[in-house]
Design a binder for this molecule. Sequence first.
Ligand code: NAD
Ligand code: WQD
Length: 343
Amino acid sequence: MLPSKILVTGGLGYIGSHTSVELIQQGFDILIVDDLSNSSTEVLEGIKKITGITPEFIKLDLRDKKEVNQLFEDQPNLSGIIHFAAFKAVGESIFQPLEYYENNIGSLIYLLQAIENKGQKFSFIFSSSCTVYGQADQLPITEHAPIKKAESPYGNTKQIGEDILYDNSRSNRLLKVISLRYFNPIGGHSSIEIGELPKGKPQNLVPFITQTAAGIHDKLNVFGDDYPTLDGTCIRDYIHVVDLAKAHVVGLKRMMADEQNGNFEIFNLGTGKGNTVLEVIKTFEKISGVSLNYKIVDRRPGDIVEAFANTTKANKILGWEAENDLEVALKTAWEWEKKIRNI
Ligand code: NAD
Ligand code: WQD
């Protein structure tokens, strides 16, 4: 019998590449599929430099149902999937909702149909997001916090995606699902061989900070300092991407060892600690020695005030917790930025 293989969709992207490294290092045989819409095959080199192994890679657009079915026919030994592939730009999704629904929901359905057609036990990890909570009424946010109406089509694709997985896990009892709700992933691998590679102007805080420090932008805009927080800026739970990646491996092992409680589980992945935007800037200045040119501007529409995770469920049930703090995460983000800019 062929050894089982794990399909990593979007495995050349930011979180997918870091998770691929952890999977390989834990002895998993992986197959990466990616359409390269937000990544490049150079990432394979980075993964090889860290692990000594070039993972199997197929360029494939998961919006093509035929191709997805063909993939599953050609790869009969697939036994699990970590599904990262999706569009993820919140602002863009407001102007291109149909593209977001087509990719983030269409691809998910094709994958689940192909899995169901196999008629075998299958483990599925879904990349969800803290965005499903919106502005939670209680902090830190537990997995029981109510889902708020999504602020964007992107956010809605995560809510709908979880509903589809839940419904399918009830009809297909051979399917096991873990949905991981990420808080704010930042940083890169300590080897500096892989990291975050945003296309165009970054929308997220940390890549904007590192690019500003690298001289790519004149200044960083801080969106509002009149929020009801310690220093008036918003609070988020910034989690190092390698910690996040490790949680996927733990989740996968849990499902494969039949240790799951039922066949659909949700876990928050964060550090449990919130930091304001100004705290992130100050910490970055401390670890880099670079003084950042930043300016307080108007609030960004759609921003929530405060979000950080209650991580008790992941700690207790997965035995997982974030090991790296904000300083470590920012250091790796800065080292990576310097490397790709030849600084
Ligand atoms: P990313 O854009 O770096 O990675 C996604 C990868 O999927 C890219 O390599 C892209 O080329 C690929 N892809 C997209 N559509 C595809 C398709 N139709 N077929 C094949 N490949 C396709 O994004 P990321 O930050 O690594 O995010 C990974 C997942 O985690 C996404 O589902 C995202 O929504 C989710 N997530 C990300 C964050 C974050 O802040 N980065 C937070 C919460 C959840
Ligand atoms: C963090 C803080 C900004 C940029 C987004 C998605 C969410 C999830 C994670 C995928 C906020 C402030 C930012 C800048 C700033 N992704 N900021 N100047 O908004 O928590 O969440 O990424 O699922 O769905 O919405 O992250 O990094 O954009 O912002 O002041 O140039 O930094 O206002 O307070 P956010 P972010």
